[in-house]
Design a protein around this ligand. Structure first.
Ligand SMILES: C[S@@+](CC[C@H](N)C(=O)[O-])C[C@H]1O[C@@H](n2cnc3c(N)ncnc32)[C@H](O)[C@@H]1O
Length: 386
């Protein structure tokens, strides 16, 4: 068969492929409520001719529609994220700047969002436009959906794709973490880009009783989680941390731990610590520290002699390093303002005493004066207003 004929056959089969994808996105064997939307939205229409598949060990493999139509079509309807735009991270390394998210994760988020007929929905991060199309299909009303995208070229491509697929949501170019368009109240806000801090503007623009679903990028080693926040009539939103989900960070929010370390002035004198730096490598503890200390970046490694070291980077160039170099026990040195390591010590000690609660037992409350993180277990400390 010629490659044109292969492409034509593949194209004619998109409905079969979309139906198979709709079956594949069932979380936990249950059909998601959005199954019908996956079956009727042509995902291939939202992808450019050249896309990239993330590689397991890092980096991206290009998949070109003209050169390898079978691979391109298979990827378009696979339960995989598809990278549609790459960018330089400033160090020469390529990172994903826009993508169509993994369909099963998209389904989990849409289920959490729980849209109902008559709802007005705002999406932050239009990307390819695919999720906006799913929202239109779910609501049966394109005018009920507004989507905001920070990159003008990405927004223009999404607009073209949405029109070609027969959908017409309201598209806006702008920063969805700051300037929300218009003054409308939404029943649902869904971010498809991760934030480190929930913008209070989202709560102000959500109707009481409404819901916000967003990926949240933690501190620690940078693990992310889905957050579903219910908004009350007092201008507060509250919800638990859910499924692990690593999304690209919203454009304004990326930290630069290396810059912080370089900016750190000379260290203070070393002090003893009861917390062994090696114990911080416990993945359950690391995950919890990433949630309760979201402004800190953590890494654990070994020095040349194989002794554990824990590094903590904080805002404003602060840095602390706990080591096992001294025969008298672990010690810590701190650079810059604030005792970062004591925050790690306190949280780790509380977590052990409380019976090692899991990440899903933690949640966040966001109000007009700030946001704080809590745990369902009694005696949960008031973690910092971040
Ligand atoms: C993972 S993609 C979104 C996937 C998309 N919903 C889809 O269905 O293809 C994230 C998008 O968010 C956009 N973005 C990043 N920061 C943003 C911000 N502050 N406001 C609005 N969009 C943003 C990126 O340019 C990117 O296109």
């Amino acid at each position: 068969m010629t490659s044109e004929a292969t492409t034509a056959t593949a194209s004619a089969r998109w409905r079969q492929r979309a139906a198979a994808l709709a079956d594949a996105v069932r979380p936990d064997g249950e059909a998601p409520s959005c199954r019908g939307a996956f079956a009727c939205v042509p995902r291939h229409r939202f992808l450019p001719e050249q896309v990239w598949r993330p590689r397991a060990g890092g980096g991206y493999t290009p998949v070109d529609r003209a050169r390898d139509p079978e691979a391109w079509w298979a990827l378009a309807y696979a339960d995989e994220p598809v990278v549609t735009r790459l960018a330089d991270d400033g160090t020469g390394r390529q990172i994903s700047a826009s993508s169509a998210s993994m369909p099963s994760l998209v389904a989990v988020m849409l289920d959490l969002l729980d849209v109902r007929p008559g709802h007005r929905v705002l999406e932050i991060g239009t990307g390819t436009g695919y999720n906006a199309a799913l929202l239109c299909a779910l609501l049966g009303d394109d005018h009920a959906v507004t989507s905001i995208e920070i990159d003008a070229d990405t927004a223009a491509a999404a607009d073209t794709a949405l029109q070609a697929a027969g959908f017409a949501p309201h598209l806006v170019v702008g920063d969805g973490t700051a300037n929300l368009p218009g003054d409308e109240l939404y029943d649902r806000i869904e971010a498809t880009v991760a934030i480190r801090r929930v913008p209070y503007a989202w709560i102000e623009r959500t109707r009481p009783g409404g819901r916000i679903v967003t990926p949240w990028a933690g501190g620690g080693t940078g693990a992310g989680y889905l957050l579903a926040l219910d908004v009350d009539e007092h201008g507060r939103a509250r919800g638990h941390f859910g499924t692990r989900a690593d999304f690209m960070l919203a454009t304004e929010a990326a930290p630069d731990p290396d810059a912080a370390r370089k900016a750190a002035p000379a260290p203070g004198p070393p002090r003893r610590t009861a917390l062994d730096p090696g114990s911080v490598a416990d993945p359950d503890l690391l995950a919890v520290l990433g949630i309760v200390l979201p402004d800190l970046v953590l890494a654990v490694d070994e020095d040349d002699a194989g002794r554990s070291r824990a590094h903590v980077w904080g805002p404003g160039g602060a840095y602390a390093c706990a080591t096992n170099v001294s025969a008298d026990g672990p010690e810590v040195r701190a650079w810059g303002v604030g005792d970062l390591w004591s925050r790690v010590e306190d949280s780790a000690a509380w977590w052990q005493t409380a019976g090692r609660p899991e990440t899903t037992e933690f949640g966040i409350t966001v109000g007009p004066t700030g946001q704080h993180i809590w745990c369902d277990r009694p005696g949960s400390p008031p973690w910092a207003n971040v």
